[in-house]
Design a protein around this ligand. Structure first.
Ligand code: ADP
Length: 967
């Protein structure tokens, strides 16, 4: 700092009075001393004068004595002239000088006289005269000298007085002088001390200001620089020459260019001049990024403002540090990892939380206030690994940073795995502990999963191979090494070609690679082990994709199927033979049923025909027994056939529109005669919510209902039988219906309630004899219910009755076309008769059908095969052809095809109804495809046959298509 400390500045503060007094005193004392000096000189002159005049008087006396001058004595003139010269030389002898000519004259006269007197030739008279003249002259001169002496003495006296006065004054002067001197000495000492103190403080200030890192500038109100320190010049990069000039305006211009906003700076400087008393504190930003802190304070003496003091501090680094700190704080506050700051008292295990960032509180479900002040140890789960805690605690106690994985407990009690880092920081009273925690719950779970998966892979009973996208093996599991005999190291980096046996064609490999690039491939490999053995593998290969769906590896899972393949091959052979046997069995069953039914048809049909002829009562009884036995036998045969069809998987369910009410009514009315015969109360009910128009296999439903109703009638001696239908669900075009058939019969013991649904099982061996039956009915019903996506079960109490439940699923017919066809109309005896051609090779069936139709008034002509039938059709017109399917020479299918072909040429359409004992899958379709209109199965049910013919007759009469006249 260039602070100027001058004498003037020091003395400026001396009192003016003292200075004035000093001046006055000096002037006065000088005048006094000069005056005293003059007086003293005059006094001295006077003394000398008196002495000289006394000498002159003495000389004059000597002269006047006229005595010769003693020998050795100098002549008087000489002495006198010396005195006279002295008097003349001394200017202050003025007071006697005007007397001296008279003395001189007297002396000269006297000298002359005396001189003459000394001459021997002078007469005594003359001598006397001379002596008188001498005395007269002496008197004159002495008188004059005496007068001068008197004056001199007077003057000496007055001078002495004056001198005495002066001396008195000089005494006062000395006293004053002493006092003043003392005062001056005191003041001077004080001033010296003050000046020293001032210098000391100035040097202190200077040293301090030079020692400070702030730049200081002092500017007076006239814009002159009155002070600055070196740091100021350094900070602002000002050459000393600019500062030395002392013009602040130049300085401002010099520095303004460095600032980011020079104009603002200039305005600010101007404001400082306008408001010198203001104290400001702000920051200045530089173009080059520096930042200064600026303080401005007025420079005052008392109330007077001399200028302003500005201090500048380079806070660039501090700003950066603050910015960095702010960033750090923001990082900590917003970090994804939880951060805690705790006190550290390892001895008492006290780690009091005084900071927790949002991530920490969020993870543990606390509010910030709840976690602050807590001991961090309380955040551990009770199940935390204590050994790990101990290990970390001892490292923390040794002030070593450490990390570990610990189980924490959140506020709601749930547990969280966290990876915790502990950083002890030195500080007063134990220091601090920085705790950084990261939720690794997911990772832990994944690790757990990974361990599980890896164990699964290790223990997997099939080979697992992971390859890169080029097919190079990266991993094989132990099963692979066990199977192939290669070690992990032997196969790693190799391709699967290592196992190649050469049996798989390159084409297959190409196809494999093409497939797995986009999806999964599965197939078989015939591979070679390390020891050369061949083995079969069933393999599935698929790409392993990353989170974006990009394939990164391939995974092959392979199972050694050598043994299985061997068994399969054996099985395939066995199956083939079994299927052959099964086919033979089915054929056998079909043939048998055909073979048994055909004669049965004859037995029953002719029994029925015979019953229509006149008979004795006994004959009628026997024949009726024959008929019912025949029906019973047919039922048994049908059951066995049905069951074997179901078991062989040949059962096909229809899906056709039908009326539920009609189906139920039909079943109920079938058992009605027998029930009424036993005096049972038979009733049925359909809940209103149950849709009537359904899609499904009504025949099979009827079969189930008939079986349940038939059993109920069979096992109930008195009481009631009731059939109920309710809807379990009806939605989306599907109805699940619940059928219940209740009776008050004998009931079934609990032990048998399951077994009765198995084939050939009856509740009690003894019932078989009493009630009859094959034990197949419920087994068939239960399988049919399953085919209708339902089930059958029973609730029963011995002696009180049983309820058989069945459920089944049907479509709900939505459109008019899907309504059930009318069926079962009774034959009207008045309707017009039909011309019917019965084409049937079996004479019994042929006769049976033709007799039955003839009984109804129809005109029947028969043919024994397809060729005959065609010929007859060419000869005359028929309304209906009953066409057997299996016939010699030309079967029914071919005959029908030819008929239709001919009709296509000539027009017309004869109704053709197929008759076939092949109640097997596909029969109906084949018949309809050949051009037949309907289908009736053999053995012929006469009722069914007649009903069908009646229906055709009715339809024909309505549209007038029946042949009116046949030749
Ligand atoms: P089947 O009646 O031909 O013997 P099912 O399979 O129809 O064969 O019936 C098996 C057995 O279940 C019957 O023999 C009978 O013991 C018992 N059973 C069936 N229905 C009833 C019923 N409603 N009341 C009592 N027992 C019944």
């Amino acid at each position: 700092m260039d602070l100027k400390l001058t004498k003037a500045s020091i003395f400026r503060r001396w009192p003016i009075a003292v200075i004035l007094a000093c001046v006055v005193f000096v002037v006065w004392s000088t005048a006094l001393i000069a005056s005293a000096h003059r007086l003293q000189r005059r006094q001295d002159a006077n003394v000398q004068l008196v002495r000289n005049l006394s000498s002159v008087e003495e000389i004059l006396h000597q002269l006047s004595n006229m005595a010769p001058l003693p020998q050795g004595r100098r002549p008087i003139e000489k002495e006198y002239s010396q005195i006279r010269q002295e008097i003349d030389r001394n200017p202050i002898y003025g007071l006697v000088r005007d007397l001296m000519p008279r003395v001189d004259a007297g002396v000269i006269e006297m000298s002359a006289i005396q001189h003459r007197m000394q001459y021997p030739d002078v007469s005594p008279v003359a001598l006397l005269e001379l002596k008188r003249a001498l005395e007269a002259q002496a008197d004159i001169a002495v008188g004059a000298a005496g007068e001068g002496l008197g004056r001199a003495r007077e003057d000496e006296a007055s001078v002495s007085r004056a001198l005495a006065g002066r001396l008195d004054q000089m005494d006062v002067l000395v006293v004053i002088c002493c006092a003043l001197t003392a005062l001056l000495v005191v003041l001077f000492a004080q001033r010296r001390r003050a000046a020293r103190a001032l210098r000391e403080s100035v040097s202190l200030v200077n040293a301090t200001l030079e020692a400070t890192t702030d730049g200081i500038l002092v500017v007076d109100l006239q814009r002159r620089i009155t002070g600055y320190n070196r740091r100021f010049l350094e900070l602002w990069r000002i050459p000393p020459s600019v500062a030395v000039e002392g013009d602040n305006s130049k300085l401002v211009e010099f520095v303004a260019s460095q600032l980011a906003d020079p104009e603002e700076f200039r305005q600010d400087v101007e404001r400082a001049y306008l408001e010198p008393a203001a104290e400001t504190h702000d920051t200045l930003r530089f173009r080059d990024g520096r930042v200064f802190e600026r303080c401005r304070r007025p420079q005052r003496i008392g109330e007077e403002i001399l200028g302003t003091v500005r201090s500048f501090r380079d806070i660039t680094e501090r700003e950066k540090a603050v910015e960095a700190l702010r960033l750090m704080e923001s990082i900590v506050v917003n970090a994804n990892d939880g951060v805690l700051l705790t006190s550290m008292d390892t001895a008492n295990r006290e780690f009091t939380v005084f900071f927790a960032n949002a991530a920490f509180t969020r993870e543990l479900g606390y509010e910030k206030d709840e976690i602050l002040g807590k001991n961090a140890i309380s955040l551990y789960s009770p199940d935390v690994d204590l050994a790990e805690v101990q290990r970390l605690a001892s490292l923390v106690a040794r002030k070593e940073p450490c990390r570990g994985e610990l189980l924490l407990r959140s506020k709601d009690g749930s547990e969280i795995w966290a990876e915790m880092s502990f950083v002890p920081v030195a500080g007063p009273s134990g220091g601090y502990l920085i705790v950084i925690g990261r939720n690794v719950d997911e990772r832990k779970k994944m690790e757990h999963e990974l361990r599980k998966l890896s164990r699964a892979l290790e223990q997997c009973p099939v080979s697992v191979v992971i390859t890169d996208l080029e097919g190079r093996i990266e991993y094989v599991n132990p099963k692979f090494t066990e199977l192939t005999g290669y070690t992990q190291d032997e196969v790693r980096g190799q391709t699967s070609r290592i196992l190649k046996s050469g049996d798989t064609s390159p084409d297959e490999y190409r196809q494999l690679w093409e497939t797995i690039r986009t999806g999964e491939w599965s197939g078989y490999f015939h591979n070679r082990k390390k020891n050369g053995d061949l083995f079969w593998e069933a393999a599935r290969i698929c790409p392993i994709r990353d989170s974006r769906g990009v394939p990164t590896h391939y995974l092959a899972v392979k199972e050694d199927i050598t043994e299985r393949r061997r068994i399969e091959e054996a099985l395939a052979q066995a199956k083939e033979s079994a299927e052959a046997a099964n086919r033979a069995k089915s054929e056998f069953l079909a043939n048998m049923s055909h073979e048994i039914r055909t004669p049965m048809n004859g037995v029953i049909g002719f029994t029925q025909l015979t019953l229509q002829t006149p008979l004795t009562d006994d004959q009628r009884d026997y024949l009726e027994t024959v008929e019912s036995s025949g029906h019973a036998l047919l039922r048994i045969i049908n059951d066995i056939l049905d069951f074997s069809k179901i078991e062989a998987g040949h059962l096909e369910m229809e899906r056709e529109p039908f009326s539920l009410r009609e189906t139920l009514e039909g079943a109920v009315s079938t058992v009605a005669p027998e029930a009424m015969g036993k005096g049972l109360d038979l009733s049925w009910d359909i809940e209103p919510a149950v849709p009537d128009a359904l899609l499904g296999d009504s025949t099979r439903l009827r079969q189930v209902l008939l079986n349940l109703l038939g059993n109920a009638v069979k096992f109930t001696a008195r009481g009631f039988i009731r059939a109920e239908v309710s809807a379990e669900t009806v939605s989306g075009g599907t109805a699940v219906l619940h059928f219940a058939v209740k009776d008050s019969g004998i009931g079934i013991p609990p032990a048998q309630q399951q077994t009765i649904f198995e084939p050939f099982r009856q509740a009690d061996g003894s019932t078989t004899r009493k009630y009859g039956g094959t034990g197949l009915g419920l087994a068939i019903s239960s399988r049919l219910a399953q085919h209708m996506r339902g089930r059958i079960w029973v609730e029963s109490e011995v002696g009180r009755g049983s309820t058989f439940h069945a459920t089944a699923c049907f479509g709900v017919a939505a459109t008019a076309s899907e309504t059930a066809p009318e069926r079962g109309e009774r034959l009207d005896p008045d309707h017009p008769c039909l011309h019917v051609l019965v084409a049937e090779d079996d004479p019994i069936s042929r006769t049976l059908a033709s007799t039955a139709l003839a009984h109804q008034g129809h005109k029947v002509i028969t043919a024994a095969n397809g060729v005959e039938a065609l010929w007859l059709l060419e000869q005359r017109q028929f309304d209906l052809v009953l066409m057997d399917v299996q016939m010699p020479q030309m079967d029914g299918l071919e005959a029908t095809a030819r008929i239709r072909k001919r009709e296509a040429r000539l027009g017309g359409h004869v109704q053709i109804v197929a008759m076939t004992a092949h109640a097997m899958k596909g029969d109906r379709e084949r018949c309809l495809a050949a051009g037949m209109d309907d289908y009736i199965s053999k053995p012929l049910d006469m009722g069914q046959l007649l009903a069908m013919v009646a229906k055709i007759a009715l339809a024909g009469s309505e549209d007038g298509a029946l042949s009116k006249e046949h030749s």
